[in-house]
Write a protein that binds this ligand. Structure first.
Ligand code: SF4
Length: 386
């Protein structure tokens, strides 16, 4: 049940990056180019986040089991700022129950000293945004690091004692061949991270990559080639000991991302920072996206929520189904009833029967899940339940 007594997960958003990548439409802004200016903005932001953390810890009883610091690039903060931010998180939320403490890192922003700070604050999982092990693709994506630097960052993290590392990869890039994607998968398996996420490149409005596509300067890969790459990832990673447990995610035994599973089970969480979403008491809220407006709202009101929606039971049930189907384990009729109060078959029986007939879902009388065929067209399956 999603009420404040059962919130175990905390997300903190750091919306700064060294430079904006060509494909990115996340809530992130490039750090101001003048050093002094960027220190001031980062400092003000950390103070605002600290205030929101404190208010959140007073209002909600959050028994934290997972913390996820994402962005943006949290590791674009300088060492002193990172140390200060993590100190504040620890002060309010580092409970003895904390199982998983993740931070996202860009390979171009890590050095030994920064890695030591992460260790000192008991972070135990790193999500490393590598995206590709080919410099041409990295350049096209506008990443700030080379393939060699990405490998070096991974090794530095290992030497620094991190035993739980995720590597993010992107496939379906312009001019990327299936062979190059296979090489990326080979390289990632040779590094042996505990977790691998693979995402198909998407062209979001307003990004330089989408503009280049619209202007005819780059060519999108054929959808069938994208699909071949996804299938290759599934078979290759499986052969190398990774369990495919969510549409885009693969993990060694016992190393699934516990924090993201909270989202996929549609459970409650508290989100802190510019643009962060929270889901508490069956109510979804989101903070001001703009960094300056976020800082001002926190300074004046102690809160920055600018949107809130109380989810009606039917809507919540539909969302729960869509989110849980992202996981390959799917959901049982009993779990669905317990979490939403609805009978799965009475509510969605007709649609389920049709999708089972089409070979996109499988249902054994108890458990509903996507089939291998359904995985490749998951979005169009999900749309049926929204
Ligand atoms: S590092 Fe990540 S968040 Fe930052 S611009 Fe690139 S893709 Fe976006």
């Amino acid at each position: 049940m999603n009420n404040t007594n059962s919130i175990h997960s905390l997300y903190i958003h750091i919306p700064f990056c060294e430079k904006k990548c060509n494909y990115c439409d996340f809530n992130s802004i490039p750090a101001p180019s003048r050093e002094k200016e960027s220190v001031r903005v980062f400092d003000e932001y950390i103070e605002a986040v600290a205030k929101e953390l404190r208010v959140g810890s007073c209002e909600l009883r959050v028994t934290t089991k997972t913390v996820y610091i994402g962005g943006g690039t949290p590791t674009s903060l300088n060492n002193e700022q990172l140390d200060r931010l993590l100190g504040k998180v620890g002060m309010y939320y580092n409970t003895p129950l904390l199982e998983e403490y993740t931070i996202e890192a860009n390979p171009g922003t890590l050095d030994e000293e920064k890695i030591n700070i992460l260790r000192q604050h008991k972070i135990n999982r790193i999500s490393l945004g590598v995206q590709s092990f080919h410099d041409r693709t990295l350049k096209l994506l506008g990443r700030i690091h080379s393939a060699e630097e990405a490998k070096r960052a991974f090794m530095l993290l290992r030497e620094g004692g991190f035993k739980n590392i995720n590597i993010d990869l992107i496939y379906g890039c312009p001019e990327q061949s299936l062979e190059e994607w296979r090489e990326d998968l080979e390289t990632v398996c040779a590094l042996v991270p505990e977790h691998v996420s693979t995402y198909c490149l998407s062209y979001e409005d307003g990004t330089p990559l989408k503009n280049a596509l619209d202007n005819g300067n780059i060519k999108r890969l054929d959808e069938r080639d994208e699909l071949k790459m996804y299938k290759l990832a599934r078979t290759f990673l499986k052969k190398n000991g990774y369990r495919h447990y969510e549409i885009s995610n693969f993990a060694k035994d016992g190393m699934m991302c516990r924090h993201n599973i909270v989202y996929w089970r549609n459970e409650g969480y508290l989100g802190i920072g510019a643009g962060a979403f929270s889901y508490t008491n069956r109510c979804r809220t989101s903070n001001e996206k703009d960094v300056q407006r976020y800082i001002e709202a926190i300074n004046f009101k102690g809160k920055a929520a600018c949107f809130s929606e109380q989810l009606l039971p039917e809507k919540r049930a539909g969302e729960t189904l869509v989110m849980t189907l992202r996981m390959l384990s799917g959901i049982t009729t009993e779990e669905f009833l317990n979490t939403t109060g609805f009978d799965l078959l009475l509510t969605y029986g007709e649609k389920i029967a049709r999708l089972v007939k089409m070979g996109l879902l499988s249902f054994n009388g108890k458990r509903l899940r996507l089939t291998q065929k359904g995985l490749s067209v998951a979005d169009s399956v999900m749309v049926e339940f929204v």
